[in-house]
Write a protein that binds this ligand. Structure first.
Ligand code: COA
Ligand code: AMP
Length: 633
């Protein structure tokens, strides 16, 4: 680290209050905070508690007040529908304040929850910002989740309004949202009062008044709504993420800290200024989409790109290069999977050579481990720095990264670089002592966490405390394991819970197991993530049938796959279920998932001394070979 970065980092840990008070001066406050950090009730810390502000004001109005209303705020490019549009800050504010007025007219007010279940269209961004404008708490649900998942979010958040669209488009198929939403509303025990549906041109669906209303209609009757003054510690949004069971965790974000931290990251981590064009190729249903498609770039006042398409197939492996070239994008943020997909389709970069990428300065990757091969391939092709950085839904911004706006550090392939100012990252060994450099252990962050991270879980303070803050007193447990090397570089090696990462999407194997257990022929099951060259990991299910079941194994497997698709959604990418005779267990009955995973990945494994019958491992290996999923190539 250069002296400058080291100085900033040390200052952020030694004097967090001064550091973040200084950063807080860069945002708009109706009332500036005087109390910077309240530490009186750990692990519940409060940043900027007497500050009063508004998320939407900071994203839109502030820039217009500063005379930048004609600057492009949002570029929408949808190769999948062949449509494009641009919105200046003024145009976007006008849409947002109208929809905010519409939300109010439909009964939403400060503190009410609004579920947003939409494809990647400008109206989704408008809906998020409109909630922020009136102080409603949005909860965006990724379009690849099925009705059951949507219903569990309706129930947990007790949403008043649900905003959706007539459909989304995936390559080769139209995702009809209305039947999915209808089913979710039927399953949920909490009843939403209104559904507002955006009719995509040419794909209109029938609505059942009075609880179902069209976006166009409510907007045409609405008045503009102004920004509501919000206390810094009120909630901006809930974003549900996979927990270790089927019950998702509602990560909440408070308002003031979120604006301060995210705005700070744009220059310091990403080296983005207000005049730059920024693109995050993710989905608004994920944390990357929340923070870096919508909020951070708009807080910074730059231009953000909203892309409705895929890295390949819409129409080809040149889609990313086309966007960068057409809009003169300075930096792109995406998941390594996207680059693996491009590399697979166009290893020699033939599409790349068709475009002018002279504006392009850096590529940021996160969401899953970036394998060195992919990073090197991207570096070779793009001739710009490729930066792997590590973060989580819980934190909303990077815990470790190259801080390119302060100093460009050298790349160590396979490492997610060093802790970012604000994060005191440590490794704790199984014996609960702090690890020395290069020793493996659980990755933890010393409390208090910096602003912008999660102050609690929605309606679940106790779960927050027990799940994240109790195993290591005074630390936040990230549930990632790895080590820190002699130079302070952090190496993220694996999760320590049953979360797997499929194409940069976080999934709970426990939740998939819960679905499989509901199959009437299944006695017990195990779901594990096995290595996959494209998606990083893929879930597979192993099921043991009840005695006396006479259905064919193939039919049971198909039914299990369909159940997961219906209950969790296509995003689970769950396609393989193998019927086996028995599961390997320890004598105390614990399924040896780690050992099965090693066998499936073709890695060396030790026969655990606690196993009840070692012969089962040989059986499993044969089953995996017979089903052609042994990853030993
Ligand atoms: N709405 C409905 N369905 C969706 C969806 C959405 N928003 N997003 C994905 N799905 C569906 C896909 O259509 C697919 O369905 P299928 O089983 O019928 O084919 C399934 O969910 C799995 O999707 P995905 O894992 O994305 O695989 P894919 O084969 O469609 O695409 C990639 C592969 C690599 C192109 C794609 O995963 C990708 O672009 N990854 C980038 C990762 C990313 O943006 N991560 C976000 C976190 S940073
Ligand atoms: P999510 O909350 O969906 O963003 O997923 C967070 C998890 O993704 C982390 O806990 C890690 O397991 C994984 N992850 C994110 N970024 C990286 C990275 N750069 N390297 C390795 N794993 C990562």
């Amino acid at each position: 680290m250069s002296k400058e970065l080291q100085k900033i980092y040390d200052h952020s840990l030694k004097n967090p209050e001064k550091f973040w008070q200084e950063a807080s001066k860069d945002i708009f406050w109706f009332k500036k905070p005087t109390k910077i950090l309240n530490k009186s009730n750990p692990p519940f810390y409060k940043w900027f508690e007497d500050g009063v502000t508004n998320t939407c004001y900071n994203a839109l109005d502030l820039h217009i007040d500063q005379g930048r209303g004609q600057k492009t705020a949002l570029i929408y490019d949808s190769p999948i529908t062949d449509s494009k549009s641009k919105f200046t800050y003024e145009e976007l504010r006008s849409k947002v304040s109208k929809f905010a007025g519409a939300l109010k007219a439909q009964g939403a007010s400060k503190g009410d929850r609004v579920i947003i279940y939409m494809p990647m269209i400008p109206e989704a961004v408008v809906a998020m910002l409109a909630c922020a404008r009136i102080g409603a708490i949005h909860s965006v649900v990724f379009g690849g989740f099925a009705s059951n998942e949507l219903a569990s979010r309706i129930d947990d958040s007790k949403a008043k309004i649900l905003v959706t669209a007539s459909c989304g488009f995936e390559p080769g198929r139209t995702v009809e949202y209305k039947p999915l939403v209808d089913e979710a509303i039927k399953i949920a025990s909490h009843k939403v009062e209104k559904m507002i549906l955006f009719q995509r041109p040419g794909h209109e669906v029938k609505l059942n008044a009075p609880t179902e209303v069209s976006w166009e209609e409510v907007v045409s009757n609405a008045n503009d709504a102004d920004c509501v003054e919000m206390n810094s510690n009120e909630f901006a949004y809930i974003l549900y993420t996979s927990g270790t069971t089927g019950t998702p965790k509602g990560i909440v974000r408070d308002i003031g800290g979120h604006i301060v931290a995210l705005k700070w990251t744009m220059k310091n981590i990403y080296n983005i200024e207000a005049d730059d064009i920024w693109w995050s190729a993710s989905d608004i249903g994920w944390i990357v989409g929340h923070s870096y498609i919508v909020y951070a770039p708009l807080f910074k006042g730059c231009t953000t790109v909203l892309f409705e398409g895929k890295p390949v197939g819409t129409p080809d492996a040149g889609a990313f290069w086309k966007i960068i070239s057409d809009y003169k994008v300075k930096s792109l943020f995406t998941a390594p999977t996207a680059f693996r997909a491009i590399k697979k389709e166009d290893p020699e970069g033939k599409f790349f050579s068709k475009y002018d990428l002279s504006s392009f300065e850096s590529l940021f990757l996160a969401g899953e481990r970036a394998d060195p091969d992919t990073i090197k391939w991207a570096e070779n092709l793009l001739k710009v720095p490729v930066i792997d950085h590590w973060w989580q839904t819980e934190t909303s911004w990077a815990i470790s990264s190259n801080c390119t706006g302060i100093e460009m550090m050298k790349t160590k392939y396979g490492s997610a670089c060093k802790a970012v100012p604000g994060y005191d990252v440590k490794i704790i060994k199984p014996d609960q002592t702090l690890a020395k450099p290069n020793e493996m252990g659980d990755i933890v962050v010393k409390l208090p966490l910096p602003p912008g991270t999660f102050p609690t879980l929605w309606n679940a303070d106790q779960r927050y405390k027990e799940n994240y803050m109790s195993n290591y007193e005074g630390y936040y447990q990230t549930y990632d394991a790895g080590h820190i090397d002699d130079d302070g570089y952090i190496w993220i090696m694996s999760r320590t819970d049953d979360i797997i990462n499929v194409a940069g999407h976080r999934l709970s194997t426990g939740a998939i197991e819960e679905v499989l257990s509901e199959h009437q022929s299944v006695a017990e099951c195990a779901v594990l993530g096995i290595a996959d060259k494209l998606k990083g990991q893929l879930p597979i299910g192993l099921v043991v049938l009840k005695t006396g079941v006479d259905k064919e194994n193939e039919i049971i497997s198909k039914e299990c796959v369909q159940m997961v698709r219906d209950k969790i959604g296509p995003v689970a990418a769950f396609k393989v279920v193998i019927v086996i005779k028995r599961l390997p267990k320890t004598r105390s009955g614990k399924i040896l998932r780690g050992t099965i995973r090693k066998i499936a990945d073709g890695l060396e494994y030790k026969v655990p001394p606690t196993i009840d019958d070692p012969a089962i491992l040989i059986e499993i290996k044969e089953d995996l070979i017979n089903n052609k999923i042994l990853n030993n190539d």
